[in-house]
Design a protein around this ligand. Structure first.
Ligand SMILES: NC(=O)c1ccc[n+]([C@@H]2O[C@H](COP(=O)([O-])OP(=O)(O)OC[C@H]3O[C@@H](n4cnc5c(N)ncnc54)[C@H](O)[C@@H]3O)[C@@H](O)[C@H]2O)c1
Length: 388
């Protein structure tokens, strides 16, 4: 090993409070510790490191006792990966809990600590909270395929609602009482309200939406009865990428992904489900919000929870919709390609227009969206998806 590399390693380990985990072929293989850290572990620090993961867990917080440590469930996912990247940029100590069911190890910023495990594992949750003093939990882990939820409703009940309760119980036991939760516009179901405010009727029309609504209610219950504080975010259509963060997609079913598949020649034409909706061009209108405009308000929410905010439900959307045809035309222009489309029958349960009322996001969190212009969404999607 040359001296320069050794020096870099020493600097890295010092900056991270004494420890660094090196991966080989995607698996944790070597833990590098400073001499001080090694000695302190030998001398029996509060929880002795039994394996490489425990070593790094115990090491990364001590030197930086002032750093804010948070848990991100689902941090290997598409939105979670972006959030983790933004948190570590701001010097948060981040622990990611993810079972990699859809997430990807390479989506996790190397400055975060990764714990591979399942939310349903109560012992793991207990250990995680015993070993860390988390300021808050960002709870993003979930299953989120609407069609799958219709086929396997119990899976959604289990993972999205029951596992949320397990997480809340572990948090309660450890006295960690702040949670920021990833909910979805699917809780509104096929609402005809335009725009959709947080106070709109909740009538989810699939088990995915129902399971998320159950989770929201559990969180509210903990706030009302057990002293928790929470922000529940209802995201509209998450899309786009932070190209610098190098996050890869985890799902392949949404419109923009399908548009890119046609541009790449993987599909011959884009299927448009219905062109006879009561919209200006007959195709459905949706609210597409860039993933950075989703994750950045989470960090504002964390600061608000440290103040007098107790429980809020907040939509994250742009308030401006694009029709399916507009997305296709926009992609044609930005990428300078012709995108063939074919009209298919309407899908059951699709509302004509789904657009967020985002006034609460602006008013309560002071957040102004700045990444959700269609060109940025499409160009960043192409940049990532063209090689994928
Ligand atoms: N993507 C969207 O358009 C969208 C819209 C509305 C709401 N949401 C919500 O945002 C959150 C993140 O969505 P995403 O698009 O990043 O999805 P994703 O599939 O990329 O991320 C979910 C992550 O959770 C992990 N996970 C799932 N079950 C787990 C379990 N039991 N234990 C540990 N880890 C588990 C997965 O491996 C994955 O990394 C979800 O809660 C979803 O419901 C997403």
């Amino acid at each position: 090993m040359d001296n320069l590399y050794l020096l870099e390693l020493i600097n890295e380990t010092r900056q991270r409070g004494g420890g660094i985990l090196l991966n080989y072929e995607d698996k944790p293989s070597v833990v590098v510790l400073t001499v001080e850290k090694y000695n302190s572990l030998l001398n029996g620090q509060p929880h002795q490191a039994e394996d490489s993961q425990a070593a790094i867990m115990s090491s990364f917080g001590q030197a930086a006792a002032e750093a804010r440590r948070v848990l991100v469930t689902g941090g290997a996912g598409y939105i979670g990966g972006h959030l983790v990247s933004e948190l570590v940029k701001r010097n948060f100590e981040v622990v990611v809990l993810d079972n990699l069911s859809t997430g990807r190890r390479e989506n996790i910023d190397p400055r975060a600590v990764f714990v591979e495990g399942d939310l349903s594992d109560e012992n793991l949750l207990r250990d995680l909270f015993a070993q860390n003093r988390f300021e808050a939990v960002f709870h993003m882990a979930a299953c989120l395929e609407v069609e799958e939820s219709v086929r396997e409703p119990e899976k959604y009940l289990e993972n999205n609602a029951i596992n949320t309760q397990k997480l809340l119980a572990a948090m309660n036991e450890a006295g960690v009482k702040k949670i920021i939760f990833s909910s979805t516009a699917a809780v509104y179901g096929g609402s005809n309200e335009v725009p959709i405010a947080e106070t709109s009727h909740l009538r989810p029309n699939n088990p995915y939406g129902s399971s998320k609504l159950l989770a929201e209610r559990l969180i509210k219950y903990y706030c009302e009865n057990l002293g928790f504080k929470a922000v529940v975010f209802r995201y509209f259509n998450a899309c786009g990428f932070d190209v610098q963060a190098r996050i890869l997609p985890t799902h392949q079913s949404h419109l923009i992904f399908n548009v890119m598949a046609v541009v790449k020649g993987e599909r011959q034409a884009l299927q448009v489900f219905g062109n006879d909706y009561p919209t200006f061009d007959g195709t459905c209108i949706r609210d597409y919000v860039h993933v950075l405009d989703i994750v950045l308000p989470h960090i504002s929410a964390l600061d608000k929870l440290a103040g007098d905010l107790n429980f809020e439900i907040i939509n994250i959307g742009t308030g401006k919709g694009y029709s399916v045809a507009q997305i296709i035309n926009g992609a044609s222009e930005v990428l300078n390609k012709i995108i063939p489309m074919e009209i298919a029958p309407r899908r059951q349960g699709d509302a004509a227009v789904t657009v967020a009322d985002n006034s609460k996001l602006k008013k309560l969190l002071g957040y102004e969206l700045s990444h959700s212009g269609l060109p940025e969404i499409l160009a960043s999607s192409w940049e990532v998806l063209k090689n994928y």
